[in-house]
Ligand binder design. Structure first.
Ligand SMILES: Cc1cc2nc3c(=O)[nH]c(=O)nc-3n(C[C@H](O)[C@H](O)[C@H](O)COP(=O)(O)O)c2cc1C
Length: 383
């Protein structure tokens, strides 16, 4: 089977059909640049709230930072009120030069679902349509495509993805990304790629498949199995930005679906990547905050390597680039990449949720048109 070699989102053409999933606290300007240095693709900024943007909140502004080499600015917006979302989309286009806006309808965090946002919002089909219409109307004059990202539904008894796909298409969205899990599953179990295939067969707009891509070969398999127009990759690239190099190679030319064996980095090469990551974070945030941000990535980079507890603890407390260099110099640069990590899940997995917190009576009505939910000023935990 021939594979797609690029991705078209409205007027935007992406050189490889690969998207870095928005991940709160992870996909900041430094991380996007690090991944972009590895391969081609679309690199989405961590989620920002519509209200935060409209009201000029400082925390929101701080997140809307782009690397100087980031020519295609892509941002994920969160919102529950069509008017706020429309205004926020307008601001992103007019003042921040974005080239792509994604809307978050997948977040499973109780703080968000409690208000009817994120992954439970598509239950209200009418409200979902209004939000998408406002975003598309605001972005269209700028030629900026709007996409939505969602989950299968609230739980197996309250699925929403097929209706969401139809609504996305009817309202003029350029694509829909589907994470093949329900809100109730959170990150547990396995992503349901059949649902992605079902959605791809049901709509004419591009469907982007998301969930459980750990290696380039998984991405190829997902596209072959589902007919998706491209893939969205999240946890698989944590501590492994070179996954984007492998993905670009796998989709290059669009020809064969045979994936060449990947070249895995030695610990020395991983250390070089860690240094680059820390350096980019420090460039964007200053050394103190940059090093602090870097700490959360240490265990992902070292997963499966033999580095001992003391080394991991010291790296987890690193507070300057000089101390990072000294620690990295102690690692055995020749240690090969641990085979046990190839194809293995990483990042959060957790367990299913017994109960989804939603507004009172949320499931009683499936429309919700005209019932905009008050915007949350800080919904910024993503997911
Ligand atoms: C730390 C973290 C933060 C996330 N933040 C967001 C977010 O802000 N917006 C969003 O749509 N999804 C978010 N997600 C979900 C991912 O985008 C993705 O849908 C999910 O991890 C499944 O893909 P994967 O199996 O490739 O990781 C987050 C996931 C993680 C692990």
């Amino acid at each position: 089977m021939s594979l797609p070699s690029s991705l078209t989102l409205g007027s935007l053409r992406v050189d490889t059909p690969v998207v870095l999933a928005p991940m709160a606290g992870i996909t900041n300007a430094a991380y996007r640049r690090l991944c972009a240095e590895q391969g081609a693709g679309l690199y989405v900024c961590e989620m920002i709230t519509s209200r935060g943007l409209v009201e000029g909140d400082q925390h929101t502004r701080d997140m809307l930072v782009f690397d100087e080499l980031e020519t295609t600015r892509s941002v994920q917006l969160y919102g529950t009120d069509p008017v706020y979302v429309g205004k926020a989309a307008e601001i992103l286009c007019a003042e921040h030069g974005v080239a792509h806006i994604d809307l978050n309808f997948g977040c499973p965090v109780p703080k968000v679902t409690r208000k009817g946002g994120g992954g439970v919002l598509p239950w209200k089909r009418g409200l979902l349509a209004e939000i998408l219409e406002h975003a598309v109307a605001a972005a269209t004059p700028y030629g900026v495509p709007v996409t939505m990202k969602t989950r299968k539904g609230i739980d197996e008894d309250h699925l929403t993805y097929l209706d969401a796909g139809r609504i996305a298409q009817e309202t003029g969205c350029a694509a829909i990304a589907l994470h093949g899990r329900t809100v109730a599953q959170a990150y547990s179990g396995a992503a349901d790629w059949d649902a992605i295939g079902e959605l791809a067969a049901a709509v004419d707009i591009p469907v982007l498949g998301n969930g459980d891509i750990w290696e380039a070969a998984d991405a190829v398999r997902m596209v072959e199995q589902t007919g998706a127009a491209g893939v969205v990759v999240g946890r698989g690239c944590l501590g492994r930005p070179w996954l984007f190099r492998d993905l670009a190679a796998a989709f290059a030319g669009g020809g064969s679906s045979v994936v060449e064996p990947v070249e895995t980095p030695t610990l020395g090469e991983v250390a070089t990547m860690m240094r680059r990551h820390a350096e980019l974070l420090c460039q964007h945030m200053g050394e103190e905050r940059g090093c602090k941000e870097f700490r959360k990535h240490v265990s992902w980079y070292l997963k499966g390597f033999s580095a001992g507890g003391q080394m991991r603890r010291s790296l987890g407390l690193v507070d300057s680039l000089a101390s990072l260099d000294a620690l990295l110099a102690e690692l055995d640069g020749d240690e090969p990449f641990p085979a046990s990590e190839l194809g293995a899940p990483r990042g959060r997995q957790g367990s299913p949720r017994a109960r989804i917190v939603m507004p009172e009576g949320w499931l009683d009505d499936t429309d919700g048109a005209g019932c905009a939910i008050a915007e949350d000023a800080d919904g910024g935990s993503g997911g």
